[in-house]
Design a protein around this ligand. Structure first.
Ligand SMILES: Nc1ncnc2c1ncn2[C@@H]1O[C@H](COP(=O)(O)OP(=O)(O)OP(=O)(O)O)[C@@H](O)[C@H]1O
Length: 349
């Protein structure tokens, strides 16, 4: 649906240049919600703005539905842009226009008559739950309601793709959830492809099918959201996941553990610290107790969380295991064979 091929975006910066985006390759599938996450300055906004050519890439190509956007004439590009809606962190509504008139704006620009516009705007108001507020001005509605106007306006021209640039970053957690639910509903009901950028892993967790992680202009990791959560490969990804999944052990627990694990290193102890990550059936099945029984171990759960990602259960546990070296090895091999991701943490604390 969207092919981002070898895209680099170079800017002048002082006397030199900066590659805000460097040689990015991504394939975004029709009908999916694709997230791009990264820390501030990673290049997310710059990348997403190349998709509708608000930024013209210095090199590389953007192929939308088989059409190379970078080679279109000005007229064809204007046409192609109609198929791409966009929503923004600060909503970008016109304060002098009512809710209804903000949503109607792209249709007026496209030259539709008043009655044609009404036929499109009324169902959009219904879709985003703002029918009762249609005559209010932006100053008279909440942030979440403003973003609903932004979403309805972005959908007015029946786009194939919706780009979302930090659309929930200015909203409180509850409003964020309701906006994400609305985006998910639109994605499912209209089959709309959504590309969203965010610095919040929570947003990725709640709504995205796949995710790409950016750092210093490059994509450093990408995959199905569940896979990336279960087995993050890059340190930056781990840190971002740590914001939503209990990854760090509390300080008091760490201090006590250091002593016990030092004994293991010296050969005087038999404690091992592990992190287990498991999904789907791994959460429902008693793999842990089976491992304990089979290999005669003690497990002490130190920290953890069972959560849901994309409707699938996801668990992350920090465990202190005690047993003979042979039984520990066999138990971990057993768990790995059950699909549990096992990581020994003795060396990291
Ligand atoms: N027009 C520009 N001219 C020069 N440098 C730019 C320009 N736009 C962005 N940059 C630089 O490119 C890098 C990436 O910026 P970008 O806004 O894409 O990051 P981001 O990941 O979206 O960050 P944030 O979440 O803070 O918006 C930054 O170092 C930024 O300073």
């Amino acid at each position: 649906m969207i092919e981002i091929r070898g895209v680099t975006q170079r800017f002048q910066s002082g006397n030199g240049t900066v590659d805000a985006v460097r040689d990015v390759n991504l394939s975004i599938r029709k009908g999916e919600v694709f997230g791009i996450i990264g820390r501030s300055g990673a290049g997310k906004s710059t990348l997403v703005r190349t998709i509708n050519l608000l930024n013209r890439p210095t090199s590389g190509n953007i192929i939308l539905d088989g059409k190379d956007m970078t080679t279109l004439s000005a007229d064809d590009l204007r046409d192609a842009r109609r198929h791409i809606g966009m929503i923004f962190q600060h909503f970008n509504l016109l304060s002098s226009r009512t809710v209804y008139d903000n949503i109607a704006l792209p249709l007026e620009l496209a030259g539709l008559s008043k009655s044609e516009i009404a036929k499109k705007v009324e169902p959009l108001l219904e879709l985003v739950g703002l029918t009762a507020l249609k005559n209010r001005y932006p100053a008279q509605i909440s942030g979440g309601q403003k973003q609903r106007v932004g979403i309805a306006r972005a959908l007015a021209n029946n786009p194939k793709v919706l780009l979302s640039d930090e659309a929930t970053s200015a909203l409180d957690p509850e409003t964020t959830r309701s906006i994400l639910e609305l985006l998910r509903k639109i994605n499912k009901e209209l089959g709309l492809t959504i590309v969203l950028i965010t610095h919040q892993m929570e947003v990725i967790k709640v709504i995205c099918d796949r995710v790409a992680v950016m750092e210093a202009g490059e994509v450093i990791e990408q995959g199905e959201v569940l896979d990336v959560f279960r087995e993050p490969k890059h340190e930056v990804t781990r840190a971002l996941i740590g914001d939503v999944i209990a990854h760090e052990l509390p300080k008091g627990v760490l201090a006590r553990l250091r002593e016990r694990l030092a004994n293991t290193k010296d050969g005087a102890g038999t404690d091992h610290l592990f992190r287990f990550a498991f999904t789907g059936s791994g959460v429902d099945q008693p793999h842990l107790s089976e491992a304990v029984r089979r290999y005669n171990l003690d497990f002490n759960i130190l920290h953890g969380q069972i959560d849901e990602i994309q409707g699938q259960a996801f668990g992350s546990l920090a465990i202190l295991a005690n047993g003979t070296p042979e039984n520990i090895t066999n138990a971990m091999n057993y768990l790995r064979a059950q699909g549990v991701v096992v990581e020994e943490l003795n060396h990291v604390i």
